[in-house]
Design a protein around this ligand. Structure first.
Ligand code: URA
Length: 211
């Protein structure tokens, strides 16, 4: 079994992603775009949320109207630091979702992820988890984060990124065949430093203006 990969290739999303890739795009614009594309991705990632029906009164009639099933609660987990950009967008659409954070940095020499922070809500057993990180590059951080998050026993896990490298997808699928991946694009390859080519550079630096 390999996990499913869903390509969210809506034209609006792809246009905004191209703007984000451009090296001349400013930090402020990059941040705003990441928020916008996160809203669009959230729309697709939550497509299977179940509904229940409630009787309501409109100004003109009584109707049986769909609302989100109350037992389908979400927790969004940001892989820091670039995950913050997707988290902000998703929270705008789903303001009552709970939030978790996993802090990982890539050792620049070994590319192995080192955990420096881990905090998720206590009641994740009743929740579906969306793990967000803009870049699925080597997959090392995503794989490590999802192993840690599985220890908390969420009801389900989906991994959401903006860009993925084929190497990262393969690595992630080998380790977590039960976790579906959602991405807006699959790029060509990784370079020798583990950056996605053509990619958009370092998502954290571009989001926070640290370079
Ligand atoms: N992380 C990034 O921010 N960019 C890449 O290309 C790879 C990993």
């Amino acid at each position: 079994m390999t996990s499913q990969v869903t390509l969210i290739d809506h034209p609006l999303l792809l246009h905004k992603l191209t703007l984000m890739r451009r090296q001349e795009t400013s930090t402020a614009k990059f941040r705003a775009l990441l928020k916008e594309v996160s809203l669009l991705m959230a729309y697709e990632v939550t497509r299977d949320l179940p509904l229940k029906y409630e009787t309501i009164e409109t100004p003109l009639a009584t109707m049986n109207a769909p609302v989100l099933a109350p037992d389908k609660k979400l927790v969004i987990v940001s892989i820091m630091r670039a995950g913050q950009g997707i988290l902000d967008g998703m929270l705008e659409l789903m303001p009552s979702a709970r939030v978790g954070h996993v802090g990982l940095y890539r050792d620049p020499h070994t590319l192995i992820p080192v955990e420096y922070y881990f905090k998720v809500p206590q009641d994740v057993e009743d929740r579906d988890m969306l793990v967000v990180d803009p870049m699925l590059a080597t997959g090392n951080s995503a794989v490590a984060a999802v192993y840690r998050l599985k220890e908390t026993n969420p009801r389900s896990i989906k991994f959401v990124c903006l860009l993925a490298a084929p190497e990262g997808i393969e690595h992630f699928q080998q380790e977590h065949p039960d976790v579906p991946i959602y991405t807006a694009a699959i790029d060509d390859k990784l370079d020798e430093h583990g950056y996605i080519i053509p990619g958009l550079g370092d998502a954290g630096d571009r989001l926070f203006g640290t370079k």
